[in-house]
Design a protein around this ligand. Structure first.
Ligand code: NDP
Ligand code: MG
Length: 385
């Protein structure tokens, strides 16, 4: 028996985090849960800690530290609080793999710290690569750290590349479900409610990524994520709408041959593969049945209606901190939409205005990303009545 992998789950109380805990629970001989962290959901963090017995927990919201500490006083578990603690816990020598399941820009700093500490990264937090992909991948190379994708499309590409790493990629196709508003016109989109936008046809996910899927920003973020993960030019990355979400993405090689990775939509599979690569462990997940899917269909995304996808390509063309600016605007706009402050179509409008107005910094270092993020947030907030 090889040594168990020590796992830190940043964002254990979220959609990816809770599914990751299910995966770990299924393979007690393979994994050793070291760290779990929450943003604000102290009660779920406490329940998870008592059930899964990690070595340490972090509640990022410091005001809840005493509450968590008190609830876990009879457990052999270290309790920490605050954003800096999140960075420190990943450095523990018992941690081998850090699963970044935080949402948004908050994932950047702990991911960089985990890379500096030479931890393998299982990356769900796509915003980290969108914001600072150049810096993150450069640091990973310098520290000899592997970044394994959790995002289902990128996991699909990664799975297609196993055994092919020496063969150049001609292009990749990222599949998109199209979200709940596939085929809708701009006029129809103007009046969609939050409840409609939060109802994804195929995946159950956290609120932010569900809205991003409805606006196609998620696919835009994924295009940028793919550029950095697989070292591709923007013209090598295409998006194809595939409403059934069975083909998770495709790679086209230089001989014209294409490989696709398929399966029922279940995030536990890519989470597990990122934690066990290069091995595959047996699962009891439901199996695909062809008779349930007599047709797998593909169509072009509607870029005129869903402007966010094009904005992601614009940000890649500009380079520097442009993608960081777009991401910051989008985080502000999605939060405002979830708080009923703006309309659905305002999200792309705010993103576009911010990307055009805030100056991108070329050849950025970490501080430039922090500054661009702050500037873009301030500008985007100013656009919200
Ligand atoms: P959720 O909103 O469900 O969970 C987010 C997690 O991050 C929670 O544990 C939350 O804590 C924590 N968190 C939020 N803000 C902060 C903060 N400022 N500091 C520290 N912790 C914070 O998100 P998902 O699980 O859906 O998504 C996580 C990431 O994975 C995202 O980047 C998303 O794009 C990506 N992803 C998700 C998929 C999915 O199926 N859900 C699929 C592919 C990618 P708390 O709730 O306690 O406040
Ligand atoms: Mg995805």
């Amino acid at each position: 028996m090889t040594q168990k992998k020590g796992i830190a789950i940043l964002g254990s109380t979220g959609s990816i985090g809770t599914q990751a805990l299910e995966v770990l629970e299924s393979y007690p001989d393979h994994f050793d849960l070291q760290v779990i962290t929450a943003g604000k959901n102290a009660d779920l963090l406490i329940t998870q800690a008592i059930k899964h017995q990690p070595n340490s927990v972090v509640i990022t919201d410091e005001s809840q530290y005493l509450y968590v500490k008190e609830a876990l006083k009879n457990q052999d578990i270290h309790v920490y609080a605050g954003a800096e603690a999140l960075c420190q816990v990943v450095e523990s020598s018992e941690v081998h793999v850090v699963l970044t399941a935080l949402v948004g820009y908050a994932g950047l700093k702990p991911t960089l710290r985990a890379i500096e500490a030479k931890k393998t990264i299982a990356l769900a937090n796509k915003e980290t690569l969108v914001v600072a992909g150049e810096l993150v991948t450069k640091m990973a190379r310098e520290h000899g750290v592997n970044i394994y994708p959790v995002d289902s499309e990128h996991s699909a590409i990664f799975q297609c590349l196993v055994g092919e790493f020496h063969n150049p990629i001609e292009k990749i196709y990222l599949t998109a479900s199209g979200g709940p508003f596939r085929g809708w016109s701009a006029e129809q989109l103007a009046s969609v409610t939050r409840a409609q936008a939060l109802k994804h046809p195929n995946w159950s996910m956290g609120a932010k990524i569900t809205i991003d899927s409805a606006t196609l920003m998620n696919k835009g973020l994924e295009v940028i994520e793919a550029k950095w993960l697989f070292n591709l030019r923007p013209d090598q990355i295409d998006v194809i709408v595939h409403p059934q979400s069975i083909v998770h993405s495709l790679v086209q090689f230089e001989d014209g041959s294409m490989k696709a990775q398929m399966g029922l939509p279940d995030m536990k599979l890519p989470i597990q593969f990122a934690l066990t690569y290069p091995d595959r462990l047996p699962t009891t997940f439901p199996r695909f049945n062809f008779m349930d899917y007599p047709q797998l269909t593909f169509e072009a995304p509607s870029r005129d209606v869903f402007r966010n996808l094009g904005l992601a390509y614009d940000a890649m063309d500009t380079g520097g901190t442009a993608a960081c600016i777009l991401n910051a605007a989008n985080e502000v706009a999605v939060e405002a939409y979830l708080n009923d402050q703006i309309h659905f179509t305002d999200i792309a409008r705010i993103n576009e205005a911010t990307l055009n107005a805030v100056q991108s910094q070329s050849t950025p270092v970490y501080e430039d990303f922090v500054r661009s993020d702050e500037e873009a947030r301030a500008f985007a907030r100013g656009r919200i009545k």
